[in-house]
Design a binder for this molecule. Structure first.
Ligand code: HEC
Length: 124
């Protein structure tokens, strides 16, 4: 009975397509809604767990998370910082799946203008 078989297949494809569409919609529904979200909140939600609420860095279990006000970060280019946030590396997870490029840029600005403008002096 090829008819029934095709029918089932079509149904399966439809179900898969719906699931995909739902996932895409869920993802989309989040981005624009959060677009205006201040970088500070993005940072608190995604980064503070490791880098600390003020980006000062901390020990997380066995992981030594660096301060974002450290000389090494201050001396890095914006490109390198956004690449690190985008792709992760050195035990930091990538954020390219959860944050938009825009949000990553906002976080780099937040690191420059907020974290590095104060935390800097006392720290290396
Ligand atoms: C799971 C813990 C963890 C989370 C979450 C995390 N980081 Fe990191 N981050 C690290 C570690 C560890 C390093 C050091 C990587 C290395 O040594 O190469 C790092 C390095 C960095 C660097 C590069 C510093 C430098 O000078 O090389 C930047 C910038 C950075 N993180 C920003 C962020 C931002 C912004 C977020 C949130 C979107 C974030 N991190 C979330 C653990 C984390």
């Amino acid at each position: 009975m090829p008819g029934t078989h095709l029918g089932r297949l079509a149904k399966l494809v439809l179900v898969a397509a719906c699931a995909l569409a739902a996932a895409a919609c869920a993802g989309q529904a989040q981005s624009p809604a959060r677009r205006g979200e201040p970088a500070r909140e993005l940072f608190q939600r995604n980064c503070a767990v490791c880098h600390g609420p003020g980006g000062e860095g901390q020990q997380v279990g066995a992981l030594a998370v660096p301060s974002l006000g450290a000389a090494r970060t201050v001396g890095s280019t914006d490109e390198r910082l956004s690449q690190q946030i985008h792709d992760g590396g050195g035990q930091m997870p990538p954020f390219k799946y959860t944050l938009t490029d825009e949000q990553i840029q906002a976080l780099v600005r937040f690191i420059r203008e907020d974290i590095q403008s104060k935390g800097e002096k006392g720290k290396g």
